[in-house]
Design a protein around this ligand. Sequence first.
Ligand code: HEM
Length: 179
Amino acid sequence: MMGMVFTELLDMVEERYSLDLVDDVLAKAGVSGSYTSVGYYEDADLVGIVVALSEESNIAVPDLLHLFGTHLFSRFVTLYPTFFDPHESAPSFLEGLESHVHTEVRKLYANAHPPIFTFDANPDGTYALTYQSNRGLWQFAQGLLEACLKHYGQALTLASIEDQSEGAGTKVRFNLVPA
Ligand code: HEM
């Protein structure tokens, strides 16, 4: 996973809690902690950090992933406004999440493997965003998605979540309905 995900996660821990907790979490996870935003690091390191953070903070891993997704969305908006500013609604942005945003990430960073998203507009005015990744970080995607819906004025809400991978969390559909 790209270093940017690590650095943003550790920044969030420092901001919400303390630098001491960052040090404790890194020590507990047994990782060096010297990440740069454009480097690449083992997914297992990220899992180790999140598990250690869960133990230190008493927040369950899925809740931490969700929290981190919400946090990262606001960072994306600050860091990459050009991805968001051209859009006036969540569907407009989400339609290009795969073809524009993550495809751009793949072009710029050869070793990055962002998840695959499909976005469907249904005739009844509802939408479905489907997440696919063998990392199974769907709660992280949910946090990003909910922050995205809020960013575009909450015209849509997340009505239900369907795991289409028999509980593996590797293919998950988010059903969106007008608020
Ligand atoms: C609603 C918006 C977004 C959602 C739901 C989303 C979802 C995700 C998820 C769940 C991952 C974790 C990897 C995985 O599960 O396989 C990821 C990775 C990533 N995303 Fe997004 N993302 C969003 C927007 C963006 C934006 C705006 C950028 C712009 C730079 C971005 C760049 C990345 C990068 C660099 C990675 C790391 C890929 C890697 O290291 O392999 N994402 N995204």
